[in-house]
Design a protein around this ligand. Structure first.
Ligand SMILES: Nc1ncnc2c1ncn2[C@@H]1O[C@H](COP(=O)(O)OP(=O)(O)O)[C@@H](O)[C@H]1O
Ligand SMILES: [Mg+2]
Length: 363
């Protein structure tokens, strides 16, 4: 399936009442609520239909007064991504979940999005156990396209993970980035350099790059490229590259860029591993960040993290990795991985007991 063909025919429009910013609208005047589609840390998502029965939508709902501002900010980011105020002819991107409407009633905010009927990528991975290389190539191509569209508009996602990628239909394989609740705008400093700073414990540490774990925790759009690398790895393996229930150890393995390619599932996967290595790689000024964090030994990465423009010519990405024959593990990947986690934990605990890590520098 060609993504560009789909892009050409993809049409999506905001609700005219939302564009006109009509005040005091009531959700139930325009929509009928149906069953729950999913839940995240931030909101409940319900299927709903327009009163005329013509459109099926997904309403992200939150009624907590202290989340109201964040819900409205999420709607603003989504609107900026779905609609170009200066050019109404610009089509929204088919690899982003586009917003249709947003209604505030007292403390309740309803953000209404196009509905993705195939669930999220986490469910898809769990269902299949792992993706065939050719399917993972199709998915990561679309996810990176959606993310690049966001970056072109000066917006970072910052919470890319399988739960935040939705699948449109089970057979046609259209993947859509969603959950714009942690988005931030790129800002440039006096020298024209971009600066964004991590705040609090926002996001999902497992999918965050080393520069987000080391003070001063500044990052750029390549933050999202790293998370996409984690997603590609997880699609192919069934488990994420960095996993440890101990937060300090998880952070250490990310900072060290220490993740495994266990056999047999990663045998015959040279192109896939090469592309992952280009995404789960240090940023160019990482040596400085690394040094500032009290480390002397530079990690053994083969590449600097690549940009979207570099990645789109990657062999795995362009030929769909059709030649990859995935070796089916004899035991399930998850069993194997869990066993390895236990063994690794014991080794790491013994190591850290003998070699305590240096304290992090003061923020
Ligand atoms: N447009 C949608 N169509 C279908 N399901 C959705 C849609 N948006 C969200 N969901 C489901 O709801 C879950 C939570 O939505 P999300 O926007 O990620 O909320 P949170 O910010 O709380 O994580 C998703 O992981 C997905 O399973
Ligand atoms: Mg989410």
């Amino acid at each position: 399936m060609s993504v560009s063909q789909n892009q050409a025919s993809y049409t999506w429009r905001l609700n005219p009442s939302y564009i006109q910013n009509i005040q005091n609208r009531k959700f139930k005047n325009d929509y009928i609520m149906k069953e729950e589609l999913g839940k995240g840390g931030f909101g409940t998502v319900m299927r709903c239909v327009t009163k005329d029965g013509k459109k099926e939508l997904a309403a992200k709902i939150n009624n907590s007064p202290d989340k109201k501002a964040s819900m409205k900010m999420e709607a603003d980011f989504s609107r900026d991504l779905s609609f170009d105020a200066n050019n109404p002819n610009v089509k929204p991107h088919m690899n982003l979940v586009n917003i249709f409407d947003s209604i505030t009633e007292g403390d309740i905010v309803y953000n209404l999005y196009e509905m993705a009927s195939g669930g999220d990528l986490m469910e898809a991975i769990n269902e299949k156990e792992f993706f065939a290389a050719v399917d993972a190539a199709i998915a990561i191509k679309q996810i990176l396209d959606g993310v690049h569209f966001m970056h072109e508009r000066g917006i970072l996602h910052r919470d890319l993970k399988p739960h935040n990628i939705l699948v449109q239909g089970r057979d046609i394989q259209v993947y859509k980035v969603t959950d714009f609740g942690l988005c931030c705008k790129r800002h440039t400093d006096a020298q024209g350099q971009f600066i964004a700073k991590a705040h609090g414990n926002a996001g999902t540490p497992q999918y965050q790059p080393p520069e987000c774990h080391i003070p001063p925790k500044e990052y750029d759009t390549d933050f999202d490229i790293w998370s996409c690398g984690c997603i590609l790895y997880q699609m192919l393996a069934g488990y994420p590259p960095f996993f440890d229930s101990d937060a300090a150890k998880l952070q250490r393995s990310i900072i060290d860029i220490d993740f495994p390619y266990p056999s047999p599932e990663w045998e015959n996967m040279a192109d896939a591993k090469d592309m992952i290595d280009k995404m789960l790689a240090p940023i160019e000024n990482f040596a400085q960040v690394w040094h500032n964090s009290g480390n002397r030994v530079y990690p053994k990465a083969r590449y600097n993290r690549q940009t979207y423009a570099q990645l789109i010519t990657d062999k795995f990405y362009t030929d769909g990795a059709a030649q990859h024959i995935r070796t089916k593990p004899t035991e399930t990947t998850l069993e194997k991985y869990n066993a390895r986690c236990v063994a690794k934990k014991a080794i790491l605990e013994a190591y850290w007991a003998a070699n305590p890590p240096p304290p992090p520098p003061a923020p």
